[in-house]
Design a protein around this ligand. Structure first.
Ligand code: SF4
Ligand code: SF4
Ligand code: SF4
Length: 245
């Protein structure tokens, strides 16, 4: 008799009701039952017309460096993906050569919300076990900010231009008005799990972000929210620490 994934979840949830120590598994199973079947991110190779390889090579948190044998340590078991409640982990396919069936995170699809669950479930320590309290130590990638695309910096520029126009006794131009109405943003700061380390806000009313790449953990939360806000090329993006090889 085959047992469906849903049946297994239901049994786990029932077991957890009478067993001490299964609290986390129980909660997870109950949540999944409530939400229905888990929807995993679709690997790009499964999306019509998309390349399988993301632009950036970003491994999940705690990943060993390539030089320390990540590819040898990862046994392609997919347990990290199973553990990821946020659907942030995707897997390379056979088309990706030596990287096949190893995990990656692409914030253009889903950022990592650094809960560290994947590191707890990796059976070989290819992802070194880490707690949430240690998340400031992870280095999945780093960050770059383009002030020319950032709404806060745009608002600031427009304020300066308008002050200049007023000094000259002229009206502000129409094309600048829509951006001005959006006003200051600062959402990347709000979403950054290590704000005040990786992102600070410039003093003043414009909530303009200042980034500190050496303190960034590379989770991509800032990029994810910025992509929604600017509705196009995000002003803040994570950049990989490793080259494709
Ligand atoms: S830390 Fe959490 S959100 Fe990030 S990849 Fe691992 S399980 Fe997913
Ligand atoms: S979320 Fe984007 S637009 Fe908003 S302040 Fe941050 S970088 Fe600028
Ligand atoms: S700056 Fe962005 S990528 Fe870096 S830690 Fe903060 S949210 Fe994550």
């Amino acid at each position: 008799m085959s047992v469906s994934r849903r049946d297994m979840l239901r049994r786990t949830a029932q077991l957890g009701a009478t067993s001490i120590g299964l609290g986390a598994a129980t909660l997870a199973a109950q949540r999944l039952l409530r939400d229905g079947e888990r929807s995993y991110p679709v690997n790009r190779s499964e999306q019509a017309g998309s390349p399988s390889r993301p632009d950036r090579l970003i491994r999940p948190p705690g990943a060993l460096d390539p030089d320390d044998g990540f590819l040898a340590a990862c046994i392609r078991c997919y347990r990290c993906q199973d553990a990821c409640e946020f659907g942030a982990i995707q897997f390379f396919t056979e088309q990706d050569g030596k990287h096949y069936h190893t995990p990656y995170v692409d914030p253009a699809t889903k950022a990592c919300e650094p809960c560290m669950k994947c590191t707890e479930h990796c059976p070989t320590n290819a992802l070194a076990p880490m707690t949430v309290d240690q998340r400031a130590e992870i280095r999945m990638a780093t960050v770059e900010l383009r002030e020319d695309l950032c709404l806060s910096y745009k608002a600031k520029r427009i304020r300066d231009e308008q002050a200049m126009m007023m000094e000259l006794g002229r009206e502000p131009t129409e094309s600048e008005a829509p951006v001005e109405r959006r006003g200051p943003c600062g959402e990347c700061y709000m979403f950054c799990p290590v704000r005040e380390r990786a992102i600070k806000l410039e003093p003043g009313a414009f909530l303009a972000p200042l980034v500190f790449p050496d303190k960034c953990i590379g989770c991509g939360m800032c990029e994810e929210v910025c992509r929604v806000i600017v509705r196009g090329e995000p002003a803040i993006k994570v950049v990989p620490l490793r080259e494709w090889s």
